[in-house]
Design a protein around this ligand. Structure first.
Ligand code: F6P
Length: 322
């Protein structure tokens, strides 16, 4: 009987932890009797036949690297059936009959469509700095990203305190405020604006003016990109609170960097679980981390669901929004 083969890819926005996850998935696949392949450039590479056996040469030195050495793409062509057929033929000619996709919700949905077309089982590993995948408390890349944000805000706090300025710091996260909320709390920000919590500028203003009367000379406001308020907030602090304000948009620096120990450990857990899930015969499972345990959920339970933010995080952040 032909050997079972699995192809591993990273897809969508890159995140730290993708490299260790891809490397460990390839190694664990081998130990479970599967021949591992890497697909380069995500869904684009699947269509364009950028598929190579995951030899030692390709897996060595991946663990500590940020981004994704397999490269990634946001591929619109995969929505078209003719390109998905081309992708299937690329797998078929190598006898690849299983897939691991390391990415976000959109990538999982694309692979689910591929399953509906051609019945190629897949396992999903959640990886996005946004931490916005429903059904899992953690996505690869989040811890590394939060540490980059912490470093940046600590540095900005130094200059803010030195020269009596306020800073608005915009974090990524798309429509999800997880990065902003966690960063605001762990960097001691005075204000936080996120899509999940209604904010009250009058209340924020009164609170800050009281503190300014009491001697406050500087402040940090962490604003999630999802609320689209960074420019306005900077002008508002300047004009309404009377502290000279500057805006720092952290931008893509948040996506890079060598994965933290936590992200490397989570990559091990998710990658082993993904391969084991495929070997056990599961067809469309997404790996999850819930209440400290790695598990998995069917794609239907995850796709298109709104992520639920931890209630403790929301409670702790509420005072910074009013
Ligand atoms: O999903 C990750 C993310 O970095 C978001 O936080 C951000 O809104 C988006 O990707 C940026 O997308 P792109 O890489 O396509 O510019």
């Amino acid at each position: 009987m032909a050997e079972d083969s699995v192809a591993i890819m990273t897809s969508g926005g890159d995140a730290a932890g993708m490299n260790p996850a891809a490397m460990i998935a390839a190694q664990h696949a081998k130990s479970r009797g599967l021949k591992p392949y890497f697909i380069y450039e995500g869904l684009t590479g699947l269509i364009e036949d950028e598929i190579y056996e995951a030899t030692k040469d390709r897996t060595t030195g991946m663990l500590h690297k940020g981004g994704t050495l397999l490269r990634s793409s946001r591929c619109k062509l995969f929505f078209e059936e003719s390109y998905r057929k081309q992708a299937y033929e690329n797998l078929q000619k190598r006898g690849i009959n299983k897939l691991v996709v390391i990415g976000g919700d959109g990538s999982f949905r694309a692979l689910n469509q591929f399953y509906n077309d051609f019945h190629v089982p897949f396992a999903g590993i959640p990886a996005t700095i946004d931490n916005d995948i429903s059904g899992t408390d953690y996505c690869l890349g989040v811890d590394t990203c939060l540490n980059i944000i912490r470093n940046s805000i600590d540095s900005i706090r130094d200059t803010a305190m030195s020269i009596n300025r306020a800073f608005v710091i915009e974090t990524m996260g798309r429509d999800c405020g997880y990065l902003a909320m966690t960063s605001a709390l762990t960097s001691g920000a005075e204000i936080c604006l996120v899509p999940e919590i209604p904010y009250d500028l009058d209340a924020i203003g009164s609170r800050m003016l009281r503190e300014i009367a009491d001697g406050r000379k500087t402040l940090i406001a962490v604003v999630s990109e999802g609320v689209n308020m960074s420019d306005y907030m900077t002008r508002w602090i300047n004009d309404s609170l009377g502290i000279e304000a500057r805006l720092t948009t952290l931008g893509y620096i948040q996506r890079g960097g060598s994965p933290t120990v936590y992200d490397r450990m989570m990559a091990f857990k998710f990658a082993v679980a993904a391969i084991d899930s495929l070997v056990a015969g599961n067809k469309r499972q997404i790996m999850t981390f819930k209440e400290g345990h790695v598990g998995s959920k069917a794609i239907e339970e995850i796709a298109d669901q709104k992520p639920v933010m931890p209630s403790l995080l929301l409670d702790l952040c509420r005072p910074l929004c009013q």
